[in-house]
Design a protein around this ligand. Structure first.
Ligand code: NAP
Length: 243
């Protein structure tokens, strides 16, 4: 399905990004497994893809660093001559009530979750426009939880970035969409208290937390040829939570 395609997945060392990397490789793409701090885990993802007969490379880049992203994307294009799929998945949380939130916690979350997506797209878009072909999938979220003003702002920003980029790039056949996961079982949600988890499950019509693979399936679809007439959309993968 994605044979011959080059896919970059940011934050692919763990969680949702890891599942997305495995799925796109299974679909036939050569996947660049981006990581920041978890080198060993990223190498394990690369190895797992290789064992399953897929192709992958691991590449360290802090997505919040504009110049590092320029070098990262340039290196991929130099080595492979193209870039077909960009999944902006890297993300962090620094939760806290608004009145107590530090400037650093606000800036750090915006820098990684929102500016990180801008940074990679800024450099990948030029190549995609030249190719007249590309798929961009940005990881948003179902938001509105107390104590996540920084995170919610970053994800609302992701949706705005997605729509604006979709309009800019549509005339060259490039689609830009967002996926908004609900509660997905990863390291990010592992830290939540049992009480928060119980309350959250009770608000999910399908009655369970999602799995990283549930999100990866949606990304795989949006990255496919079949999704070529879908752009500027936010696809919720949340068990019906935000109906
Ligand atoms: P996770 O398990 O905490 O993994 C986060 C990933 O992001 C890691 O691979 C991490 O890489 C990477 N990352 C963090 N900062 C980075 C940076 N500066 N540069 C490059 N990579 C960086 O998180 P997750 O739950 O899989 O979430 C993935 C995405 O889905 C995020 O955008 C998150 O906001 C979104 N999301 C998650 C949920 C959920 O319920 N889990 C719900 C809605 C949306 P290293 O470890 O290598 O640093």
């Amino acid at each position: 399905m994605l044979e011959g395609k080059i896919a970059v997945v940011t934050g692919a060392s763990r969680g949702i990004g890891r599942a997305v990397a495995l799925k796109l490789a299974e679909d036939g793409a050569l996947v660049i497994v981006n990581y920041n701090g978890s080198k060993e885990k990223a190498l394990e993802v690369k190895e797992e893809i290789g064992k399953k007969g897929g192709k992958a490379e691991a590449y360290r880049c802090d997505v919040s660093d504009f110049s590092a992203c320029e070098a990262f994307i340039a290196e991929i294009i130099k080595e492979h001559g193209r870039l077909d799929i960009l999944v902006n998945n890297a993300g962090i949380t620094r939760d806290g009530l608004l009145m107590k939130m530090s400037e650093e916690d606000f800036d750090k979350v915006l820098a990684t979750n929102l500016k990180g997506a801008f940074n990679t797209l800024r450099f990948a878009s030029r190549q995609m426009l030249k190719q007249r072909n590309g798929r961009v999938i940005n990881m948003a979220s179902v938001v509105g939880v107390a104590g996540q003003a920084n995170y919610a702002a970053s994800k609302a920003g992701i949706i705005g970035l997605t729509k604006s980029a979709a309009r800019e790039m549509a005339s060259r056949g490039i689609t830009v969409n967002a996926v908004a996961p609900g509660f997905i079982e990863t390291d990010m949600t592992e830290v939540l208290s049992d009480k928060v988890k119980e309350t959250s499950v009770s608000q999910i019509p399908l009655g369970r937390f999602g799995k990283a693979e549930d999100v990866a399936a949606a990304v795989s679809f949006l990255a496919s040829e079949e999704a070529g007439y879908i752009t500027g959309q936010v696809l919720h993968v949340d068990g019906g939570m935000a109906m």
